[in-house]
Ligand binder design. Structure first.
Ligand SMILES: CC(C)(COP(=O)(O)OP(=O)(O)OC[C@H]1O[C@@H](n2cnc3c(N)ncnc32)[C@H](O)[C@@H]1OP(=O)(O)O)[C@@H](O)C(=O)NCCC(=O)NCCS
Length: 235
């Protein structure tokens, strides 16, 4: 069993605009926005946006579930890394009046290991290569203007630059079209081909899994009837 330290390959040579550069505008002047990294002062607005997501939790559990976001935003952001908050990346869409109209938050896909299928030595390697969109939301009065699509595209760009090979998330069935339109493959099972372990799968009642390769090394294969990502780990 190979337990040598995993070093991610150098990031693909992409031309990266500054993190605060505006990369999207709405169809009308009143609906224009810009993207930037989230700051500690955004915590209340970010949590308000995240509350728009059906987190599949009992209302009494929601406050505890979003509390880590506040802690994450309070963390020092001076690491100069490609991601905004260590192993997490949070971008916000800001309207012309300074209010936040959208958020996208990526981080480790902890839910991927709910059933302990991936052994601990392998987890770190996988989490260094596969990130999860943990939260994405756009304010109701700003939907349908491609804000979420652009937030996702920018997030993918930044993750690729940070050495990630694939992005995944779990979502409700009614969002399948949204993720497919953004280039994701969506299905009831997440399959990962991880030599030497082999095929690991993740599925949970009520969820679908969207996935997108971020590099050419990652492709889809079919194993035991399950569509799976392969090429995530080198070698
Ligand atoms: C899902 C969400 C983030 C999309 O934001 P948005 O900025 O309106 O999305 P976009 O404008 O980029 O949409 C791109 C495409 O997806 C489609 N789409 C967007 N939201 C959709 C939804 N809820 N259901 C189905 N399709 C949707 C759009 O119609 C558009 O397709 P089109 O160009 O063919 O018309 C937004 O609806 C939202 O905040 N929902 C509540 C929170 C949530 O459920 N988040 C997802 C957690 S997994």
């Amino acid at each position: 069993m190979n337990t040598t330290t995993f070093t991610p390959p150098p990031p693909a040579p992409v031309i990266s605009p500054p993190a605060d550069a505006p990369v999207g505008t709405g169809p009308a002047a009143l609906t224009s926005w810009r993207f930037r990294r989230a700051r500690v002062q955004d915590a209340d607005a970010v949590i308000e946006l995240v509350m728009l997501i059906d987190l599949h939790l009992h209302p009494s559990e929601t406050a505890a579930a979003v509390a880590p976001l506040r802690r994450m935003l309070a963390e020092d952001q001076t690491s100069n890394g490609s991601l905004s908050h260590g192993g997490n990346h949070m971008l916000v869409a800001e309207g012309t009046d300074g209010s936040l109209v959208g958020v996208a938050h990526c981080g480790p896909a902890a839910w991927m290991f709910d059933d302990d299928i991936v052994k601990p030595f392998m987890r770190r390697k996988v989490l260094e290569r596969v990130a999860s969109v943990n939260h994405i939301a756009v304010r109701g009065d700003h939907r349908g203007q491609d804000i979420a699509t652009n937030l996702l595209a920018r997030t993918e760009h930044d993750l690729r630059a940070a050495g990630y090979a694939a992005l995944t998330l779990r979502h409700d069935r009614h969002l399948t079209r949204f993720y497919q339109a953004a280039g994701y493959t969506s299905g009831p099972t997440l399959g990962l081909h991880l030599p030497p372990v082999g095929l690991i799968t993740e599925s949970a009642r009520g969820w679908r899994y969207a996935v997108k390769p971020l590099t050419e090394q990652v492709t889809f294969t079919t194993m035991r009837g399950t569509r799976a990502l392969t090429g995530i780990l080198p070698g």
